[in-house]
Design a protein around this ligand. Structure first.
Ligand SMILES: Cc1ncc(COP(=O)(O)O)c(C=O)c1O
Length: 425
């Protein structure tokens, strides 16, 4: 093994034995973070791209906010514990992870709702243009939100959905907004965020990025790329917990003219003045709608403590090493069983999960889960293995592939109980 290292890239060569994987873990500068997550013994948890593992601090904070802040301090907590400012405070912490200013991000609602608000706001800045350019095969909620916008009365936008390769060519001077997911939920391919943003701006278009599979694993540099809008989930790599509220980013230069299209009293300049007419708050806060979930926001806030001492580049370097190791092992040991590697080869064009394809991917994944290796499945044939840099080890990658090979060699996935489909896959 020759684990070369340079700043931010500690690993370039994948392990060839379990001992080499252990050696890579000993070199890992992030190795101590794992102790602060609840990861039951005997489980290899590779689903941080879907539902991040629970940091112990999140459980402590949940108890504190429920028992003390809500239980004892009651409604006074809106002021005493500044619950009112929590959407912005948590937003400011996420801002560092996406390369934004602290006052350009706010946290509330779901990614779907924030996407609606961001696209509406972007359209509002583009009078005379109606075309939305999007990618076919994107995560379905993104398509549904755009279809909903296109179905509205009057000057409804028109959605031009094209395949990934066709996106740059589809952007022209009719384009109002380009709406894309940076890292694809299925194959993990990443767009060139800065390049597409520049291409859109050249044509006079704005861009809304969905960063659900990017935040917490990739350097994003939104402000440096002069991005316009972004949204993203916090329950994946950030570990905010099931259904934790999503973030929304709007570049500061757009704030004075922003209309969310879903105004509510929490985005008002003076919610407790209880005025009849909509008068938006001055900055990013105008993208809030209704009362945010304080318990969920507090838990997310605690989960972000784990990211506080870590440079985004270090997360990226570790994730890149894990993905390279997983892909290399899968290529060497699984392709002969009909497994295809869908994640792109170019490390600059991918996120932090590995997507393997197999016609019986669902059954194979159930057999793996029965062995304690937890990934997930996306129809029609994709097995996903999320490699969260704060708590996945090289040895987990090694063990997961060992189990995968055993499942394929033995054919144990053919047991009929693995074919029964659950509601959530
Ligand atoms: C790209 C993308 N956007 C959005 C979502 C989900 O959004 P919401 O928070 O509305 O459930 C997901 C969920 O996996 C996703 O992968």
């Amino acid at each position: 093994m020759s684990a070369q290292s340079n700043p931010g890239t500690p690993v370039v060569r994948p392990p060839e034995s379990r001992a080499e994987a252990e050696a890579l873990d000993r070199l890992d500068p992030l190795s101590t973070a794992r102790e602060r997550y609840s990861l039951p013994p005997g489980i290899v948890y590779l689903c941080g791209n879907s539902l991040g593992a629970m940091p112990f601090g999140a459980a402590r904070r949940a108890r504190e906010v429920v028992e003390r802040e809500w239980g004892e301090d009651l409604i006074r907590s809106w002021n005493v514990h500044d619950w009112f400012g929590l959407p912005e405070r948590v937003g400011a912490r996420i801002a560092r992870l996406i390369g934004a200013q602290p006052d350009e991000v706010v946290v509330a609602d779901s990614t779907s709702i924030n996407l609606y608000k961001a696209v509406n706001a972007a359209l509002g800045l583009q009078p005379g243009r109606r075309v939305i350019v999007a990618e076919t095969g994107n995560f379905p909620t993104n398509a549904y939100v755009l279809q909903g916008l296109a179905a509205r009365q009057g000057e409804a936008p028109v959605v031009r959905a094209v395949d990934r390769a066709g996106v740059p060519g589809a952007i022209d001077t009719d384009t109002a907004v380009v709406v894309l997911t940076h890292v694809h939920y299925r194959d993990c391919a990443a767009f060139d965020l800065a390049g597409i943003t520049a291409r859109a701006h050249e044509a006079g278009a704005l861009v809304v990025w969905d960063l659900s599979h990017s935040v917490g694993v990739l350097p994003l540099g939104l402000d440096a790329a002069r991005a316009d809008f972004a949204v993203g989930c916090t329950y994946k790599y950030l570990g905010g917990g099931p259904g934790s509220p999503a973030f929304i980013y709007a570049a500061g230069r757009h704030h004075p003219r922003l209309e969310p299209g879903l105004p509510g009293w929490w985005g008002h300049v003076a919610p407790f003045a209880l005025r009849e007419d909509w008068d938006p708050a001055a900055g990013i806060r105008r993208l809030l709608t209704g009362t945010p979930s304080i318990i969920a926001l507090s838990v997310l806030d605690a989960a972000l403590d784990e990211f506080e001492p870590v440079a985004v580049e270090a997360l990226h370097a570790k994730g890149r090493g894990l993905v390279a190791a997983f892909m290399d092992l899968a290529r060497r040991r699984c392709v002969q069983h009909g497994v295809g590697v869908a994640t792109p080869d170019d490390p600059a064009r991918r996120g932090s999960h590995v997507a393997l394809r197999h016609a019986h991917g669902y059954e194979i994944m159930q057999a793996l889960i029965a062995r304690g290796v937890i990934g997930d499945f996306r129809t029609p044939d994709v097995m996903r293995f999320g490699l969260a840099p704060l708590y996945v080890r090289y040895v987990d990658v090694w063990d997961a592939v060992e189990h995968l090979v055993a499942v394929l060699d033995s054919g144990e996935w053919q047991d009929p109980r693995y074919a029964a489909r659950s509601r959530v896959t």
